[in-house]
Design a protein around this ligand. Sequence first.
Ligand SMILES: Cc1cc2nc3c(=O)[nH]c(=O)nc-3n(C[C@H](O)[C@H](O)[C@H](O)COP(=O)(O)O)c2cc1C
Length: 188
Amino acid sequence: MKILMLHGGARKNGNTATAAGWMENELTSLGHEVESVSLFDKNIKGCLACAKCKDTPDEVACIQEDDATEILDKMVAAELVVFTSPLYFWGLAGPLKTFIDRTFSLYIDYHKPTHSSLVEGQRQALLVTGGGPYENNAEPVFIAFDRLQAPHKAVKAGELFLAKCTTPENLDDATKKQVLTFAREIVK
Ligand SMILES: Cc1cc2nc3c(=O)[nH]c(=O)nc-3n(C[C@H](O)[C@H](O)[C@H](O)COP(=O)(O)O)c2cc1C
């Protein structure tokens, strides 16, 4: 399977990157083709909400000249997209949220019979790490992620929240096992 991992976090050796690295190794060892992109390192401007992209529904056609179009093209080509992020103030890290806003250019006519999407049928998964417990903490992110598949016409492959993350050194074997199981489940 062609898999694109899109990372919203800044810390290259942080909790999220460590868990995402485990996932990437597992997916690669299962024979999947995995590409990773650090959104934090890219120039991704906010969506202008100009809707010019809706005039050209057969391709990614945002009028902004930055790195988002290339990444959106990679997204269109992927069978599975894995979004990863630390939890920041009950939400996704800025680079990932900003990129997801730019996926506005991937579909037209949401809520209409003519609704179509460049990523129709694509599998999408979300991995989030947070310092606090799950309850009253990460729900907003997962509610938004659940809803994202509707405009995208995508399919949710899975979601995982790693709670109580302090430092990467403290991510224990049970957590690693949970992450590897998650990696295997999202490609089933
Ligand atoms: C700006 C900021 C906001 C945060 N907000 C939350 C939060 O709302 N809930 C939570 O559980 N942890 C929060 N944390 C903790 C991080 O989500 C957590 O430590 C995460 O695992 C860090 O990931 P990283 O090591 O990949 O950067 C926050 C951390 C920062 C820096």
